[in-house]
Design a protein around this ligand. Structure first.
Ligand code: BDP
Length: 582
């Protein structure tokens, strides 16, 4: 799916601004800003804890100068499910809160005012991704099973959102909404597959278009020089002495494909780089790559999960400041604009689906609940959206599912997605799934991924506070993974630190303990040469649902929520900037 841009044949009309908004159990309309989550914009408990449908509406007019053009209404993301009505007619529906969707509205006239209404459902359950609990047990709630009075109380929680994941369930029209126009005959998709032969960059392309024309493709370098060109729906272009896209400390060089199709013109930036898993190494451009970075969230106090390019830019700057080269879009695809920024800034992305929370136990085997086709649809949408980004080097099918209690079911479920990703990604990137702390000897799935990615909390959620014992336990597990013979990334490890809380004797929740915790785990990582990356959890403190283990959110950030560095940020910076970990 192409990102909407303005060119000499296309225009983009933003629908950002103040819209009308209401909860569906209310008559009255309020004001709301789009794009942003609604939860923190309205200072009422209802907005924060609402579970159900809300409505957004506004009117718009497409100028007469666009009357001969094709018109498309596009949403960057609506969390979680959307129904869109134009002049009272249902024109499209979309399920899934983190990927774009669009609908051709050429039949609606220019020069007149139209009413747009979007119904948004923020409910999560066992059939959504991410997963919501239906049995009245909150993820970080106090469970106390079996106590009659508590059980009766839990039954009354029905009708509330009970996230089975550790981030706040922000919702609404969270990313850009626009109307874009194209000529009647138009380019609808482009796929770019780069490879390298000696000093030559080889660019295989394929175009999908509607109409009778023949596309003409020009590749332009950063000096605006045309370095290759070709006519045809698909073909192979060769660029002599190509400059490769490299993550830091290299140069993230970008070429631009300029595509002409009849009167339509579209431009796409891309990088020439290769990605490959070889033995226990992860290679970018044939060189060993070591992932230094963090898991992240799209999270800020007022916009919630709403797109915030200013914050994105700040975060990329802080990743450079840390000496990081990568992050994982934990736990859902991020806004498209973030990937564009990373292409330009040379930051590498592990791109993750919103499949988090597939870990309820007992009779509720997540693999038999029928999520597979929806999960597979999201994988298709993710790859359609992100397939051309040089920054994206690996797909993550999901985070911390239960792979231990139903090992065979889990394997079949995840293996099908693994095969799908390899089949549909034109660049055939490595594929992974992020493993929960479990009995790894029973898990049949993690070891079958291209890169073993595990989240571990030795010394925090288990063996709490005892780092010497935690290190030994971690070593014991690492010996197991060494025998699997695949590259390994520690995709999460972390300790909460309340900003400003200090201790002479480092104990849990102090900034000093967070530093000692990360150093202890790093010491173990450094003993194993199949380790190709370390992603402390998390880049910054972030909002979660309330619960007895969360004091104003999750505090495992290297930075506070307002991006002030904690002691751990300086410790990590010292390691990543000074130590030569390839
Ligand atoms: C991991 C989850 C992550 C949590 C983290 C934590 O993947 O979403 O925020 O633990 O507890 O299990 O801090």
């Amino acid at each position: 799916m192409l990102y909407p841009i303005t060119t000499e044949s296309r225009s983009v009309i933003s629908l950002a601004g103040i819209w009308k908004f209401r909860f569906c159990d209310e008559e009255e309309w309020r004001s709301i800003y789009v794009p942003a989550s609604f939860n923190n914009q309205i200072p009422e408990a209802k907005a924060r804890f609402y579970c159900g449908m809300v409505e957004y509406k506004r009117s718009f007019c497409v100028p007469n100068i666009c009357s001969n053009q094709r018109k498309v209404l596009r949403f960057g993301a609506v969390t979680h499910d959307a129904e869109v009505f134009l002049d009272g007619i249902l024109i499209t529906k979309h399920k899934g809160g983190f990927l774009p969707f669009e609908i051709d509205i050429s039949n609606f006239s220019c020069g007149t005012t139209h009413s747009l209404l979007v119904r948004v459902d923020n409910r999560i359950n066992h059939h959504t991704l991410p997963i919501g609990n239906e049995a009245g047990i909150a993820f970080f709630g106090s469970d106390n099973p079996g106590i009659p009075s508590v059980e009766h109380g839990k039954a009354k929680l029905a009708g509330q959102n009970l996230p089975n994941f550790d981030f706040f369930n922000y919702a609404g029209i969270t990313r850009s909404v626009c109307i874009y126009t194209t000529p009647a005959e138009y380019i609808s998709d482009v796929s770019i597959v780069p490879s390298v032969e000696g000093s030559t960059g080889v660019v295989q392309y394929e175009i999908v278009a509607t109409g009778n024309g023949i596309p003409f493709v020009e590749i332009v370098d950063e000096n605006e020089q045309v370095v290759a060109s070709l006519e045809g729906m698909k073909g192979i272009l060769r660029i002599e002495n190509a400059t490769l896209w490299n993550p830091k400390p290299g140069i993230p060089y970008l070429y631009t494909a300029r595509i002409n199709y009849g009167i339509d013109k579209y431009e796409l930036s891309f990088g020439i780089r290769t990605v490959e898993v070889s033995g226990t190494s992860f290679l970018i451009n044939g060189r060993k790559f070591y992932f230094k970075g963090t898991g992240k969230h799209e999270d800020s106090p007022i916009r919630g999960r709403g797109i915030d390019q200013c914050l994105n830019l700040k975060d990329i700057g802080l990743l450079h400041w840390l000496g990081a080269n990568s992050f994982r879009t934990s736990h859902y695809p991020y806004a498209e604009e973030m990937y564009q920024l990373c292409d330009r800034e040379g930051i590498v992305i592990i791109d993750e689906l919103p499949a988090v929370g597939l870990n309820f136990q007992g009779a509720l085997n997540p693999y038999r609940l029928g999520n597979a086709s929806y999960h597979s649809k999201l994988l298709q949408e993710l790859i359609d959206r992100d397939k051309n980004h040089p920054s994206v080097v690996m797909w993550s099918l999901g985070n911390e599912p239960d792979t231990e209690h139903f090992p065979a079911d889990a394997y079949h479920y995840w293996h099908a997605l693994y095969m799908q990703a390899h089949r549909i990604d034109p660049q055939n990137r490595p594929v992974t799934m992020i493993c929960c702390q479990n009995d790894y000897t029973k898990d049949l799935t993690t070891r079958t991924m291209d890169v073993v990615c595990v989240n571990r909390y030795y010394g925090w959620y288990n063996l709490s506070g005892n780092l010497a014992v935690a290190k030994d336990a971690f070593r014991e597990e690492m010996n197991f993974w060494r025998n699997i013979g695949k590259p390994f990334i520690l995709t999460e490890y972390g300790a909460d630190a309340i900003p400003g809380m200090h201790a002479v004797v480092p104990e849990m929740f102090s900034e000093e303990f967070q530093v000692e915790y990360l150093e202890a785990m790093n010491e173990v990582l450094d003993e194993y040469d199949f380790v190709v990356g370390e992603h402390p959890w998390n880049f910054a403190d972030f909002d979660t649902q309330q619960g007895p283990m969360r004091a104003g959110g999750n505090h495992k950030g290297l930075f506070s929520r307002d991006r002030t560095p904690k002691m751990a940020a300086y410790a990590v910076q010292r390691r990543w900037k000074c130590k030569n970990i390839e």
